[in-house]
Structures are given as structure tokens and as C-alpha cells.
Design a protein around this ligand. Structure first.
Ligand SMILES: Cc1ncc(COP(=O)(O)O)c(C=O)c1O
Length: 374
């Protein structure tokens, strides 16, 4: 079976042994030099003024929201097709997610729908998720809209490490950017880790306090906080992997190019340019009216695939119990995306033999050829 992802292929054992040995012998497991080094390096990589390491990508969103003063009863606009991470963070602050529809190119927030959601709900923030590794098609318009209305825009860049447009990196278009370093991400740790980047020094200072009990200095707390720290082993792994990120993004893009060439003529291709630097090929996603049958056919042909994501947030059980008998939103492009997207294996170590097999399997499905196992 060709897996959707295979993290074991990416592990450099001697580097990891060296890293763990170094951190263990330093006697400093949390809050040491590795984190400091990573925060500096990642801020530099994104070309942001500050980076704050935290425990995971969902906490990164929640901490930014809290640092912006989002509280119980506030409203935050986000997309509903992006895995529920934004909604989870919004609800953790006691706020309410307001879902706007997405556009058809990058499947990220649509400007007109966002404008309408803002006019109708007067939210305190907007979260823009750059999905699948592609910078959202309407990023500039959304930034301008939020600036005009003085609403902070948070970019969720958990799938977009290194994506840039003319050298401007994901995470630096809005008020702050949030990242996950979950192991399957383009920059992945050996466990959970996340970060916030921002040019706003005041916001960065508050986020730093919130991530550790609201402390301004040890044991002196100035605001309600929590514990959301990135440990030294994760920071050290990220320090070792960050220099290779761009090369690995290029290898991912190469996989995407092979798919595009191999599937040319098929209606199931992404609608955006996969060779551009604003796409870092976190996922390679096709859209199919026959998704369920295609997924089964691929499985029978020895190819694992996955749906990112099958259920709009507003149709999740927990959200329905939050809003009671009210009807959930109906956002046509979101509904269509959740019905049709399918991710094919896409990771730097995928071999040509494997991509050829996957392309042939997709082609066979449409040409109604019998399945074959790998
Ligand atoms: C778009 C997006 N946002 C946020 C997250 C949450 O990150 P984490 O799992 O580190 O909390 C993820 C990761 O799974 C993600 O893909």
C-alpha cells in the first residue's frame, strides 16, 4: 500500500540521536537555548519581528485570540472546511465562530462572503486558513478589508510553512500568523509543537505571558494565562530541520508537478499553479464527483487517500449541540468542497515508481479499467 504519508522515511537517525543526547545532557528540558534559537530562526525565516513557540497549532490560534482580547460572547469569522481547528480555538476563548464561505480556487475564505459575515455579525477578529499549502487566493483583499474595518486578521499557516508571494511569507500578511509543527506538517517536530509569528511587539509580549501562566517574570502573573510551552527536544528537532525546509518544499512541489503532468486532461486537477512559491504542496488535493467510489478504487489499487475535510464545522455534532435547534449554515462552496475533495499521497520521499502507480490508478478509475494491487 502506498501510504498518504510515511514519516519514518524522513527520519535522520544520527541527527536525532545527536539532538536528544545534546538536550538530555544540557539538563534543560523546557525553556532553554533550543527554544530561544528556534524562535529567532523561525522569525527570521518568515521575516517577522517575533516568534513565540507554544505547545501546538491550536493553542497558537487560541493564544493569539486571547492576546487580542477575544472573550466570552465575542464573534470570530473563519472558514468551515478547514478541519475545525479555528472553531476549536474560538470556542476555547468562549467566543462564537461565524462561518463565511470559501472561494473555488484555493478553497480559503472568499472576500465577498467574509465582508457579508462581518457586516452581519460585527466580529472581533477574522481567521484566514491557508489550506493545503496554498496561500489563500484572496489574501490581499482580505487583509485590506480587515485593515479598513480595523479588525485583526490571523493567518492559520499550519499547512503553509514557507509559502510566499514575491518573498512575502505566510504569517506576515495579517496581524499574526500561527503554525503547527505536528509531525506530518511541512516543518514537523517529533511530537506536538506550534508557534505564533507577528510584527506587533505588544501582541507578542502578551502572547508570551499567556503561554506561561500569565507570568511577566517567574511567579509574577499579570493576566490569566495557561501552560502551552514548546519543549527543548521539539525545538532542537525544528532547529535541525528548518534549514532543509525550502528544499523539502521544492521536493513536494515536484510531486505535485508529476501529478499535474500525469493527470493532464483529467477534470480532477487543482485549480491553482502548483509550480509557484505560494504553494508548498502540504497536500495534493483533487476534487471528484465520484469521490467515494474513487477512494475505494484507489484503496483496492494499493493507494491510500484521505479526505481533508469531510464535514463542515457547522455540521459537526458539537457545533449542532452549541446552536441547539437553529439550522446550521449553508455555504455552497464549503458544502461542495467537503463533498468532493480527496488528498493523494504527497511527501518529499515519494518515489517516481509510486507516483506513476498512483497516476495510473486514478486514470484506470476514469477509464473503467479493473483494479490492480501494488
Ligand atoms: C490548518 C490547520 N490549523 C491548525 C491545526 C492544528 O494544529 P495542532 O494539531 O498542532 O494543534 C492543523 C493541524 O492539524 C491544521 O492543519
Amino acid at each position: 500500500m502506498i501510504p498518504l504519508n510515511d514519516l519514518a522515511r524522513s527520519v535522520d537517525y544520527s541527527t536525532l540521536r545527536e539532538i536528544t543526547g545534546r538536550v538530555v545532557s544540557s539538563g534543560m528540558f523546557i525553556g532553554g537555548k533550543e527554544l530561544e534559537t528556534f524562535e529567532r530562526a523561525f522569525a527570521g525565516f518568515c521575516q517577522a519581528q517575533s516568534c513565540i513557540g507554544v505547545a501546538n497549532g491550536t493553542d497558537a490560534i487560541e493564544i493569539v485570540l486571547r492576546a487580542l482580547g477575544i472573550k466570552t460572547g465575542d464573534r470570530v469569522v473563519c472558514a468551515a472546511n478547514a478541519g475545525g481547528y479555528s472553531a476549536t480555538a474560538i470556542v476555547a476563548c468562549g467566543a462564537v465562530p461565524i462561518f463565511a464561505d470559501i472561494e473555488r480556487v484555493s478553497l480559503a475564505l472568499d472576500t465577498d462572503s467574509t465582508r457579508q459575515a462581518i457586516q452581519e455579525n460585527r466580529p472581533q477578529a477574522v481567521i484566514l486558513t491557508h489550506l493545503y499549502g496554498k496561500l489563500a487566493a484572496h489574501t490581499d483583499e482580505l487583509v485590506a478589508l480587515c485593515q479598513e474595518l480595523s479588525i485583526p486578521l490571523i493567518e492559520d499557516c499550519a499547512q503553509a510553512h514557507g509559502a510566499n508571494r514575491s518573498g512575502k511569507f505566510a504569517g506576515t500578511f495579517g496581524t499574526a500568523g500561527t503554525f503547527s509543527f505536528y509531525p506530518t506538517k511541512n516543518l514537523g517536530a517529533l511530537g506536538d509543537a506550534g508557534a505564533i509569528v507577528t510584527d506587533n511587539a505588544h501582541l507578542a509580549g502578551i502572547a508570551r505571558e499567556i503561554r506561561q501562566y500569565g507570568w511577566r517574570s517567574r511567579y509574577y502573573s499579570v493576566r490569566p494565562g495557561r501552560n502551552s510551552r514548546m519543549d527543548e527536544i521539539q525545538a532542537a528537532v525544528l532547529n535541525a530541520r528548518l534549514p532543509g525546509l525550502e528544499e523539502r518544499n521544492e521536493l513536494r512541489r515536484e510531486v505535485a508537478r508529476i501529478y499535474i503532468d500525469g493527470l493532464s486532461g483529467s477534470p480532477e486537477l487543482p485549480r491553482f499553479d502548483v509550480s509557484s512559491s505560494d504553494y508548498v504542496a502540504h497536500l495534493f488535493v483533487i476534487e471528484s464527483e465520484h469521490r467515494a467510489a474513487l477512494k475505494v478504487f484507489l484503496q483496492q489499487s494499493g493507494v491510500q487517500s484521505e479526505i481533508h475535510y469531510p464535514v463542515p464545522d457547522y455540521n459537526q455534532e458539537w457545533y449542532r449541540s452549541l446552536i441547539g435547534s437553529q439550522s446550521a449554515e449553508d455555504l455552497p462552496v464549503t458544502e461542495w468542497a467537503c463533498r468532493s475533495v480527496l488528498s493523494l499521497p504527497c511527501f518529499p520521499e515519494l518515489s517516481h515508481k509510486e507516483t506513476d502507480h498512483i497516476i495510473q490508478a486514478v486514470r484506470n478509475f476514469y477509464e473503467k479499467k479493473p483494479t490492480f494491487a501494488k
